[in-house]
Design a protein around this ligand. Structure first.
Ligand code: GLV
Ligand code: MN
Ligand code: MN
Ligand code: MN
Length: 409
């Protein structure tokens, strides 16, 4: 089979057009899940997918499926897709590249008059980021059965707004059932979001799996009191205890290479300059590519919390709110990605995904793999996240060929 290339200019133009929705001053994007901006992004995408001849459906958790018919309608689709929601100070490519790569694949198939036996389906998964509503990967998680529809609809954001109400409000509480979804194969294209492809000077990452994650909510309760009158030895400062735990998280991650540990969200109460903090709520995110190591990190965290409760005299509530074990991708999809990169003459290497991706949950019910492309200095979840038209074209061209291998011409 002759390797085909996509139209990199058209893909880039669409990426830049989508990036206007929620554009930030430093050149990034803020398009939080289920906000008015998410609605605008979704509507633009649906317009483009419809113009490309796709049939569009929305399911009960707001996932958008755009389908290009195949010659045999009884065959399961070959799928691709990612997410349109972003971090609060996110970039232009995290997620969007995977969605618009799928669209460019369909547009290119249309240009070339390509017919496939299997239908082609591009998914936009709801709330991949997990930033406004935790945890992450909710849309794909509901479809895979990792979460129930009801538990996700009932999640609330930091202001107490219910996810299901926001879905209704923006008009994306669809009626296609979340159950019974099937793919012949699924591929997700994504920027790497890390430094390895750039360091190794490779154009394509052949993603063989994703690392596991554990997310926690922590509440530390000390005692509020006056900043000027309470002697240092009589304080129960919840922020001091929280700070010690934050450092412990770093220590635990460093002791379990290549594990990662992050405290990214924190609320201080009453958050007043001259009152000793009485209560701190924060998040912990632990990740590791090996499950036994992730379990060991969890055990170390539990032990650290017990020790700190005694030494600080504060009450510490640690609650795990999310866990999934490392995910191995399917060998036939990994091979399709690798052989497509080779056929196109792109340099490539195998890589494990450090970030969470919808593909991780899709792999519960379908053979799946991912295609990574480099990003500048390995920076993502940052407004300055950057990549080039050529890198996007390469990743999307690998996607086109891998999908064609699985969809049968
Ligand atoms: C989301 O992008 C994550 O990997 O945390
Ligand atoms: Mn992403
Ligand atoms: Mn992300
Ligand atoms: Mn992610």
């Amino acid at each position: 089979m002759k390797a085909l290339k996509v139209n990199g200019d058209r893909l880039w133009d669409s990426l830049m057009e989508m990036a206007k929705i929620g554009a930030t001053e430093k050149g990034g994007c803020r398009r939080l899940a289920l906000t008015d901006l998410d609605k605008q992004g979704r509507e633009l995408y649906i317009k483009w997918a419809t113009e490309a001849g796709c049939t569009v459906k929305v399911d009960q958790i707001g996932n958008i499926m755009a389908t290009r018919p195949g010659e045999d309608p009884d065959l399961a689709p070959v799928g691709t897709g990612s997410h349109l929601d972003t971090q609060p100070s996110g970039g232009k490519f995290d997620g969007v590249f995977g969605v618009l790569s799928g669209l460019e694949v369909v547009r290119r198939m249309n240009d070339l008059g390509i017919k496939t036996r299997h239908p082609i389906e591009i998914s936009v998964w709801t709330n991949e980021e997990g930033s406004r509503f935790a945890p992450a990967m909710m849309g794909s998680g509901v479809v895979s059965g990792r979460f129930t529809l009801q538990e996700i609809l009932d999640k609330t954001d930091v202001d107490g707004i219910r996810l299901g109400d926001e879905l209704e409000r923006i008009g994306f509480a669809g009626d296609t059932p979340v159950t019974g979804r099937n793919y012949h194969a699924f591929f997700e294209t994504h920027i790497e979001q890390g430094p390895y492809l750039e360091a190794e000077n490779k154009q394509i990452g052949v993603v063989t799996g994703g690392q596991g994650q554990r997310w926690y909510d922590v509440v530390i309760s000390g005692r509020e009191s006056h900043a000027g009158t309470t002697p240092m030895h009589l304080r129960k400062d919840a922020l001091i205890a929280a700070s010690q735990l934050v450092l412990k998280v770093e220590e635990i991650a460093k002791a379990h290479k290549p594990g990662c540990g992050t405290v990214g969200f924190m609320q201080v109460s009453p958050n007043s300059r001259n009152t000793i903090p009485g209560q701190i709520s924060f998040s912990i995110d632990l990740r590791h590519p090996e499950d036994d190591q992730l379990t060991a990190m969890d055990a170390d965290l539990q032990a650290a919390v017990e020790e700190l409760a005694v030494s600080s005299g504060s009450d510490i509530n640690l609650k795990q709110i999310w866990y999934y074990a490392p995910i191995p991708f399917a060998s036939e999809c990994i091979s399709a990605v690798r052989s497509s990169a080779e056929a196109l003459g792109y340099s490539h290497m195998d890589i494990i995904a450090g970030a969470g991706h919808d593909a991780c949950y899709v792999s519960d019910f379908a053979p799946t793999s991912m295609i990574f492309t480099p990003c500048l200095d390995g920076i993502s979840h940052n407004e300055i996240e950057s990549t080039t038209k050529e890198e996007c074209e390469a990743g999307c061209s690998v996607l086109l060929n891998a999908m064609l291998v699985m969809a049968g011409e």
